[in-house]
Design a protein around this ligand. Structure first.
Ligand SMILES: [Zn+2]
Length: 95
């Protein structure tokens, strides 16, 4: 095991995970919110990461990290909607 800095709270801890034990539950809660969001409120090409952050209350920092989880593989959300025109083909709602 190595010493890492928690991606959520910044504390140093010994682990193989990205976040410390205190933050694992918070991460899981946010992942649940995201899954919910993709299942119900999500229209491909109509939302940006900023919108999702506003709607779910997940910070942009955490959102960027969580969205790259393998659970959300294939999901591409642009940071702003103006990018949509370029990247529309890449947006896939799989979850
Ligand atoms: Zn933490």
């Amino acid at each position: 095991m190595e010493i890492k800095r928690c991606a959520r709270c910044g504390q140093f801890f010994e682990t193989i995970n990205e976040v410390c034990n205190n933050c694992i539950a918070k991460d899981n809660k946010d992942i649940g919110k995201l899954k919910n969001y993709f299942s119900y409120g999500y229209v491909a090409g109509k939302v940006s990461l900023g919108d999702i952050s506003n709607d779910t209350g997940i910070t942009m920092k955490n959102l960027n990290r969580l969205i790259s989880n393998e659970e959300f593989e294939g999901v591409y959300i642009p940071e702003t909607l103006s990018e949509n025109n370029i990247d529309k083909k890449k947006i896939v709602a799989k979850v």
